[in-house]
Design a protein around this ligand. Structure first.
Ligand SMILES: Nc1ncnc2c1ncn2[C@@H]1O[C@H](COP(=O)(O)OP(=O)(O)O)[C@@H](O)[C@H]1O
Ligand SMILES: N[C@@H](CCOP(=O)(O)O)C(=O)O
Length: 322
């Protein structure tokens, strides 16, 4: 359960005084999520999500994340809208942590997305990429090559505790990615964590995207590579090319991929698999026993990484013109 910081009613009521949000009726911790502490709150005016920013969120990045949500919502994308405080600030402080109130989005995330959901996702991702083009703030991707090396430096010597041989396999992979990582692909604001639990649907229709707390400027096609990993593998580890084709078709129904983006896709998918492997491995090794969070399996992403290593071209992801 991702509630790292406990809050009490008096503190919450004091926090709410800075907002025009009505009176508190109820609040409860939300079990899902791994990064921040989230609470569902009801006031006599509306439901709200209260987020207390934890470990990986740098307070200096909050204007980027919260401003981005405002920017995208203004351009018609269905994402949470931060509620400003009476003094105009987009976040305040609760129990010693930066904390924001954001609008509650209707819908459910899908445990078993089908190809038509992947198509919807692709189209929404491309719309987000286009809507983000004129966002004025910039944030480097702290979890790209440099960040991977830092994470690996902290975990490498213990990696073989998780699986024998990991230390040498990942060291080699990282060296290869450092050598071959693209430098000149189309860039923009990417979500960078668009997993099924961050995308809500009502029936077949995508109703909203949440959790912009890894958003940053990076290659647009890298976001697509993240989705290939997060949406197109089955529970048994098999890659589902029908889902991948639907994802890519949906994306291209809104924004066409260039030849260089298509060519780079297998490498971007390797990098993306490594990125989630590394954060999961770090959390696996470092999270204290008894912490109220469900740790995610790093080896799932090792399997995806190995799959992408065998991919010769994006045609294997179902892209006809690759
Ligand atoms: N704006 C929102 N509307 C509705 N539910 C939300 C919203 N934001 C978060 N949630 C709920 O909180 C859970 C965790 O949120 P998330 O942002 O993914 O947390 P974390 O950043 O800790 O991973 C989501 O799975 C969802 O159930
Ligand atoms: N999506 C990441 C972990 C971050 O979790 P989220 O709840 O913020 O989406 C992973 O699966 O490793």
């Amino acid at each position: 359960m991702a509630v790292y910081t406990d809050i009490n009613e008096d503190d919450l009521k004091a926090f709410l005084k800075a907002y025009d949000a009505g009176s508190l009726l109820s609040y409860r911790g939300i079990a899902e999520g791994v990064e921040n502490s989230n609470f569902l709150m009801h006031t006599d005016r509306f439901p709200l999500i209260l987020t207390l920013y934890e470990k990986r969120v740098d307070e200096n990045d909050l204007p980027f994340y919260l401003g981005l949500m405002q920017h995208l919502a203004d351009r018609g994308l269905s994402c949470p809208l931060p509620l400003p405080r009476n003094d105009g600030a987009l976040y305040g402080r609760l129990c010693g942590r930066p904390a924001a109130l954001i609008s509650f989005l209707e819908g459910m995330w899908l445990r078993k997305p089908a190809p038509q959901h992947c198509r919807e996702l692709g189209a929404a991702l491309a719309r987000m990429h286009l809507a983000g083009q004129d966002f004025s703030l910039r944030r480097e991707n702290a979890l790209s090559l440099r960040g991977w090396v830092d994470l690996w430096d902290k975990s490498a010597t213990r990696a073989d505790e998780v699986q024998i041989g990991l230390e040498s396999e990942i060291t080699e992979e990282l060296a290869l990615l450092e050598d071959r990582w693209p430098v000149d692909l189309p860039e923009g604001v990417i979500h960078a964590d668009l997993f099924p639990d961050n995308v809500f649907f009502i029936g077949e229709k995508l109703s909203g995207i949440i959790d912009f707390y890894f958003a940053c400027n990076d290659f647009l096609a890298y976001d697509l590579a993240i989705c290939l990993n997060a949406w197109c593998f089955e529970k048994d580890g098999a890659f589902n090319v029908t889902k991948a084709r639907a994802l890519l078709d949906g994306y291209e129904s809104v924004r066409s991929l260039s030849d260089t983006e298509i060519e780079a896709l297998p490498l971007l998918a390797r990098g993306s698999a490594l990125r989630f492997f590394l954060t999961r491995l770090y959390d696996w090794l470092m999270t204290p026993a008894g912490a109220l969070v469900v740790k995610k399996d790093p080896l799932e992403y090792l399997r995806y990484l190995r799959f992408h290593r065998s991919v010769r071209s994006a045609g294997e992801y179902g892209l006809e013109r690759a």
